[in-house]
Design a protein around this ligand. Structure first.
Ligand code: C5P
Length: 201
């Protein structure tokens, strides 16, 4: 039997951490759909056409540590506005969502476009300042040379592009449970997420 949990929200709100923990809690598979757009974005940095890159994407492309850089994040949000890129990535995501044993997908449009029938939907948010600080610490820990100001500017720019695009913009599904992680510990955020899913079981 399949059970799909859709987790959406802006950059660095805590979706990834919550999704991994929720998937582990229920013994479900987890797909970080941002990696699909990052993999396409990364290919465009070499000059590849984004629509061709999206159509040629394979699962192995997602296992690349170089996808986690700020440059690739910006490239991802630029290719994510292209309707044909999004369309090329739908089947992969829906197939994962229907896998036996349950699935957690996190992204921007999972509850609204990819899996509107998901059994449980969460929308994870936090203030732009809190999100930028978390992303800054993450990038710094990886040894990347970034400034707080630049990370905040990048987060704001990417959110704006994600929210204002015509195709599948970042917006909470009407039936999503909202979790604001600005003042929550990881444990408290995960506990809220697990409780929200339990309520739909
Ligand atoms: O979640 P992450 O920051 O890795 O996503 C990178 C970019 O990919 C986002 O800024 C967004 O533009 C795009 N994306 C999307 N739809 C998704 C997941 C990510 O448009 N479901």
């Amino acid at each position: 039997m399949s059970f799909t949990i859709a987790i959406d929200g802006p950059a660095a709100a805590g979706k990834g951490t919550i999704s991994k923990a929720v998937a582990a809690h229920f013994g479900f598979g987890h797909l970080d759909t941002g990696l699909l757009y990052r993999a396409v974005g990364a290919k465009t940095l070499d000059g590849t056409d984004p629509i061709e890159a999206a159509r040629a994407l394979v699962a192995e492309d997602l296992e690349n540590d170089a996808l986690r850089t700020p440059e690739v994040a910006q490239a991802a949000s630029k290719v994510a506005v292209i309707p044909d890129v999004r369309a090329a990535l739908v089947d992969f995501q829906r197939a994962f969502a229907r896998r036996a044993g349950g699935a957690v997908l996190d992204g921007r449009d999972i509850g609204t476009v990819i899996c509107p029938e998901a059994e449980a939907k969460l929308f994870v948010t936090a203030s732009a300042e809190v999100r930028a600080e978390r992303r800054f610490l993450e990038l710094e820990a990886k040894g990347l040379e970034v400034s707080r100001e630049q990370v905040l500017a990048d987060v704001i720019e990417r959110d704006q592009r994600d929210r204002e695009r015509a195709e599948a913009p970042l917006v909470a599904a009407e039936d999503a449970v909202e979790i604001d992680t600005s003042n929550l510990s990881i444990e408290a955020a995960v506990a809220q997420a697990v409780a929200a899913v339990e309520a739909r079981k």
